[in-house]
Design a protein around this ligand. Structure first.
Ligand SMILES: C[S@@+](CC[C@H](N)C(=O)[O-])C[C@H]1O[C@@H](n2cnc3c(N)ncnc32)[C@H](O)[C@@H]1O
Length: 200
């Protein structure tokens, strides 16, 4: 039976900021931006958290940040962290005027330790850097409010994966599966996504 065309991927309208972000990415040689399907899912998930507090680890040049902001309502707030001042500056150049956004330049691991120790809570954590996925996972998950969403991508093999990465990915998926406090969905779609909800 032919595949029904009604279910082709369609990400809808792109965030208007994306073209400037793509130009900045090209200028910086930054090639790690999330793909549009991932962005569209982030936008939908962000929209499920009216008034929510959102956290992104790995701002890059701001592609996923722009998608998250598109989904958020006027009262939601997003903090995004990146250790690379140059890419963060590019993101801030395009998105920095949005009062809902706070950009932090610094190590994501240190940020997670500090916020977890302070008992901070977020309604959505998009972990798109090493810390929060392959290190400091306990801290990232501790930051999830009840019903909060933990989202990761690049779980399917990627051309930029470092040597020896596949076992780390498998171990991360196993660890997430083991966590009784999470309700997990693995999606072999886009770059390979996981959405995990913290049980109330
Ligand atoms: C996959 S990219 C993020 C892409 C971004 N979310 C997007 O869609 O454009 C990973 C980012 O993590 C940042 N990074 C690497 N190590 C980090 C660390 N220890 N703390 C915070 N950010 C880090 C890199 O500078 C890079 O921008």
């Amino acid at each position: 039976m032919p595949a029904p065309t009604i279910m082709q991927d369609d990400v809808g309208a792109l965030p208007p900021a994306l073209s400037a972000i793509e130009a900045a990415s090209r200028a910086l040689g930054f090639a790690m931006a999330c793909e549009a399907r991932t962005g569209a899912l982030l936008r939908s998930l962000a929209a499920s958290k009216p008034g929510g507090r959102l956290l992104e680890l790995g701002t890059g040049t701001g592609a996923s940040t722009a998608w998250l902001l598109e989904g958020m309502d006027a009262t939601a707030r997003l903090t995004t962290v990146d250790s690379d001042a140059a890419v963060s500056a590019a993101a801030q150049q395009v998105l920095g005027g949005d009062p809902r956004l706070t950009c932090v330049v610094g190590d994501g691991g240190g940020f997670l330790v500090e916020r977890a120790a302070a008992g901070d809570r977020f309604d959505l954590v998009f972990a798109d850097a090493w810390p929060g996925k392959y290190s400091h996972l306990d801290e990232a998950l501790a930051l999830l409010a009840p019903g909060g969403l933990y989202v990761i991508d690049d779980m399917l093999p990627q051309p930029n994966w470092p040597d020896g990465h596949p076992p780390r990915v498998a171990a991360l998926l196993d660890e997430l599966d083991r966590r009784g406090e999470l309700v997990l969905t693995r999606m072999a779609w886009a770059s390979g996504l996981v959405v995990a909800t913290r049980r109330a």
